[in-house]
Design a protein around this ligand. Structure first.
Ligand SMILES: O=C(O)CCC(=O)C(=O)O
Ligand SMILES: [Fe+2]
Length: 211
């Protein structure tokens, strides 16, 4: 028997500068989930428009910079869509978790100012794209999954680079930065399923330093 594959790894390298941290968020999940539920009732996720059309995911944000789209483009915004109001601060449990995950991945100086919340109902997906609207590419991306499983695609520097398929579960974190900071990534169509805590949805938090 292969003893290594029989173990549950807590760190899986994906590329230079990128790793998958299975179950990293589970120890703080109770606090995290109750705070996130409160946030989602106060700031209900909305389907955003992009130049490519209406997104299948619904989004909300925390932090100094939220993410908003419309038919002309998308950008970080200090205010909620259609309002002159800021987003609430990134909740402390989320901020601490993101900083700890970044440290584990080799980025000890990560201080995110943006937390995008993507809600995937079964059938939702996100096409291959690069995260490239941030100002400082020395800062990594920290991505946390909750709820039903999803297949995360992690490719390379070119859109045509064949992505690896990562079966993300509730509580998993993926971090990418350094040499893989602008690598293409996406999410396959989420399959119908029910998670005992989160229900019939996948929620992803993307923590970034936007400015
Ligand atoms: O949902 C995910 O796992 C990825 C989200 C993402 O790539 C993004 O928000 O830019
Ligand atoms: Fe992304």
């Amino acid at each position: 028997m292969d003893l290594f594959s029989a173990q549950h790894p807590d760190f899986v390298s994906l590329a230079e500068g990128a790793c998958w941290l299975p179950g990293f968020a589970l120890p703080v999940m109770d606090t995290l989930w109750s705070g996130l539920q409160q946030h989602l009732s106060a700031y209900p996720p909305q389907q955003m428009m992009t130049p490519m059309g209406l997104m299948s995911v619904r989004t909300s944000s925390m932090g100094s910079w939220g993410w908003v789209g419309n038919s002309r483009g998308y950008a970080y915004s200090a205010t909620q869509p259609g309002k002159h109001l800021p987003w609430p601060a990134i909740q402390p449990v989320i901020l601490k978790l993101a900083e700890e995950a970044a440290r584990r991945a080799g980025y000890p100086d990560f201080v995110p100012d943006s937390c995008l919340i993507n809600v995937y109902a079964p059938g939702s997906k996100m096409g291959l794209h690069q995260d490239k609207d941030e100002m400082d590419f020395t800062q990594p991306i920290v991505s946390l999954s909750l709820g039903i499983p999803a297949t995360f695609l992690f490719g390379g520097a070119k859109r045509t680079d064949k992505p690896v398929k990562i079966p993300l579960q509730h509580g998993d974190v993926v971090v990418w930065g350094g040499a893989s900071r602008r690598f293409y990534h996406g999410v396959l169509q989420v399959k119908t399923n029910i998670h005992p805590l989160v229900g019939a949805q996948r929620i992803n938090l993307t923590l970034r330093k936007a400015r």
